[in-house]
Design a binder for this molecule. Structure first.
Ligand code: UGA
Length: 454
């Protein structure tokens, strides 16, 4: 009989991880389970646009493996019972209430999954944590299994390192696969699966806690680089330096490298803030307040970065936004996704609205409903959505580019400059617009980290 895998949680982690695994290991029987029937129905659909998440390349692979080595079902209990290996890929948001609120991860879904596993698991089984979780969550699992199951259960930590928009590529060709655990045979079993498509030298074996901590730390380091470069961008503006030149120069040092040195309006997405908060909580928990303070400051700088952008927009527009029309270019936290979670656009738009601005928001993928919800909809008449991008510039005083979608680089500058009120401002928070082109049509351009005369 073929090796049977059950994956609890058919979301952003479980879906792509199992689709890629099923494609590389046709001998496996993988069942992804979730109580959310609507989500399971969507995964069982072969029409790409109806899949629950969008990731470039995912639909093709999904089509190839569905019903062959990969199945989606709501029958959670049955497939846990049948499994040789169970992945946990449920989500772990930041706690909203109670002890550790605003910092600690909410482990309700993990605990629920563990209790269900303990109840239904049969025979020797490997349980793999793949959701991002606080360090020592494996302890929680161990305790639940010990008390509630007499079966032989081995726990492994196998965190995911995929980024939105490149998830399929990150899974097919990962920099590393991390497997943490106590039981060598269990580690080898999981490593054996990955070896079908990942070179052995990229499969790292560690203890449980190292694997758990490495996931949080990787995200914290990436976020820290962004906060660092954003502070230097502000220094560039005051000193006459250019952030691209500075980033190029420091990135050329191989010990630093070029990645994650783009200045911007601050990092967003569902992971960075949550994982740093988690690290802050852990540091406090283990009696390390200075360490907590250090990592907290990465978030403080991120908040500051967003706030300073709003401030300078106000400044340039003669210190008042009352009744002024501002076009917002991009709302997602990065291009090529429809995800707006923790997007800097939410905070910046909220602040601009508080100052009395009228916003015309455009984004190629974010839904109007999600933007409505994010802006808590205090004053609906102050926000409009214009599918016809060019006409949204009519009578506008300024435009703020918040997400570097390619379409914003090739606008008809001549036409839109004739639509806008003078002096018309462009605020380029991603440093992607062509200065000469805009200035040629009399548009004023502020670019992040550009220390010229604005
Ligand atoms: C991030 C990590 O990159 C993944 O490795 C990790 O697996 C994932 O979180 C996770 O924990 O699930 P993601 O949130 O999809 O992935 O997006 P990133 O590409 O890392 O971008 C995050 C934010 O940083 C975006 O708002 C982006 O605009 C910003 N960013 C990124 C910059 O401002 N400058 C840069 O140089 C790079």
């Amino acid at each position: 009989m073929s090796y049977r895998i059950c994956c609890i949680g058919a979301g952003y982690v479980g879906g792509p991880s199992m689709i890629v695994m099923a494609d590389s290991c046709p001998g496996l029987q993988i069942h992804v389970v979730d109580h959310d029937k609507q989500r399971i129905d969507s995964w069982n659909n072969l029409i790409a646009k109806d899949l629950p998440i969008y990731e470039p390349g995912l639909d093709e692979i999904h089509k190839r493996v569905l019903g062959k080595s990969l199945f989606f079902s709501t029958d959670v209990e049955l497939y846990i019972k049948n499994a040789d290996m169970v992945f946990i890929t449920v989500n772990t948001p930041t706690k909203i209430n109670g002890h550790g609120a605003g910092e600690a991860a909410d482990l309700t879904n993990i605990e629920l999954a563990a209790r269900t596993i303990a109840e239904f698991v049969k025979g020797t089984t490997i349980v793999v944590e793949r959701s991002t979780i606080p360090v020592r969550t494996a302890d929680v699992l161990k305790r639940i299994f010990r008390k509630n199951s007499s079966e032989n259960i081995h726990i492994l930590s196998n965190p995911e390192f995929m980024a939105q928009g490149s998830a399929v590529q990150d899974l097919i060709s990962p920099d590393r696969v991390l497997i943490g655990g106590d039981d060598q045979r269990a580690i080898d079993e999981l490593a054996g699966i990955y070896q079908h498509w990942v070179p052995s030298e990229r499969i790292l074996r560690t203890n449980l806690w190292s694997a758990e901590l490495a996931k949080l730390t990787a995200n914290a380091f990436l976020a820290q680089r962004i906060s660092s470069v954003n502070t230097i961008a502000a220094l560039c503006e005051s000193s006459g330096a250019h952030i691209d030149e500075v980033a190029q120069a420091i990135g050329a040092d191989r010990r630093i490298g070029h990645h994650f040195l783009r200045a911007g309006p601050g990092f967003g997405g569902s992971c960075f803030r949550k994982d740093i908060l988690n690290l802050v909580y852990l540091s406090h928990y283990f009696g390390l307040p200075d360490v907590a303070y250090y990592w907290r400051s990465v978030l403080t700088i991120n908040d500051w970065t967003r706030a300073r952008i709003t401030e300078l927009i106000i400044n340039k527009l003669f210190s008042t936004l009352q009744g002024k029309k501002i076009v917002i270019l991009g709302f997602t936290f990065k291009p090529h996704t429809n995800d707006i979670r923790e997007s800097p656009a939410i905070y910046i738009c909220q602040d601009l609205l508080d100052e009395g601005a009228m916003l015309s928001i455009h984004d190629p993928m974010a839904t109007i409903e999600s933007i409505h919800q994010a802006l808590s909809w205090q004053s609906p008449s102050s926000v409009t959505f214009n599918q016809d991008l060019m006409s949204s510039f009519r009578e506008a005083d300024a435009a703020v580019l918040l997400t570097e979608w390619p379409i914003y680089l090739k606008l008809d500058w001549k036409l839109l400059s004739s639509y806008m009120r003078s002096p018309a401002w462009f605020f380029d928070t991603r440093n992607v617009l062509n200065r000469a082109e805009l200035e040629n049509y009399g548009l004023n351009l502020w670019s992040i980290g550009f220390g010229g005369i604005h």
